[in-house]
Design a protein around this ligand. Structure first.
Ligand SMILES: O=c1ccn([C@H]2C[C@H](O)[C@@H](COP(=O)(O)OP(=O)(O)OP(=O)(O)O)O2)c(=O)[nH]1
Ligand SMILES: [Mg+2]
Length: 160
C-alpha cells in the first residue's frame, strides 16, 4: 500500500509550560522532546544525581508526562534515568527533575548546563475505577509469568 506520509495528521496537545528553554522535538514526528540540564555537574561511575531542567508544566487532566533516557547517552556513556519512566502527574506544578545515573564502571560523565539530558513524552492515561471481586475471570496465561514462556525461539504454551 502506498502511504502518503505528508498528508498524515499528527495529533498534538496544548501543554501549558513555564520554562527557561522549551523542550525541543529534534525531528518532526519525534515522540520525545529533549530536556536540558540547568546545571553543570560530573557524574562519577555509579553515581546518580537529581538534575534540574528549568521546566514546569500544567498538564491537562488525563495526561501524564514520562521522563525517559536518551538512547545515545545510554549507549555511548551508560547514562540513564534511574526511575524511567519518571512520572510527572497532571497536578504537579514543580520543576521537572531528572534522576540521572552513570552506569559506566570506569568513565565519569560531565554534564554542562544546556546539555540535553533526557526526553519527555506526553501521553493520555486512564485512571482506574477499582471494582473488587471475589474471583477474577480466567485467562489463558493464568498466573504464569516471569519467564514462563521460556527464552529461546520456541514459545512454550503457544497455540494456533
Ligand atoms: O522523574 C521524575 C519523576 C517525578 N517528578 C515529579 C513529578 C511528579 O508528579 C512528582 C512525584 O513523582 P512520583 O509520584 O513518581 O514520586 P513519589 O516518590 O511517589 O513522590 P510523591 O509522594 O510526591 O508522589 O515528582 C519529576 O520531576 N521527575
Ligand atoms: Mg507519587
Amino acid at each position: 500500500m502506498n502511504v502518503d506520509y505528508a498528508t498524515r495528521v499528527t495529533e498534538t496537545v496544548d501543554i501549558l509550560i513555564h520554562a527557561d528553554s522549551l523542550p525541543v522535538y529534534a525531528h518532526p514526528g519525534d515522540a520525545g522532546a529533549d530536556l536540558c540540564s540547568t546545571q553543570d555537574l560530573v557524574l562519577e561511575p555509579g553515581e546518580r544525581a537529581l538534575v534540574g531542567t528549568g521546566v514546569s508544566f500544567a498538564l491537562p487532566d488525563g495526561y501524564v508526562a514520562f521522563v525517559v533516557p536518551r538512547s545515545g547517552l545510554a549507549t555511548k556513556h551508560g547514562i540513564t534515568v534511574v526511575n524511567a519512566p519518571g512520572t510527572v502527574d497532571a497536578g504537579y506544578r514543580g520543576e521537572v527533575k531528572v534522576t540521572l545515573l552513570n552506569t559506566d564502571r570506569s568513565e565519569a560523565y560531565r554534564v554542562a548546563a544546556g546539555d540535553r539530558i533526557a526526553q519527555v513524552i506526553f501521553m493520555q492515561v486512564s485512571r482506574a475505577n477499582f471494582i473488587e471481586v471475589d474471583i477474577l475471570p480466567g485467562s489463558d496465561r493464568g498466573e504464569s509469568g516471569f519467564g514462563s514462556t521460556g527464552f529461546g525461539a520456541d514459545v512454550k504454551g503457544q497455540h494456533e
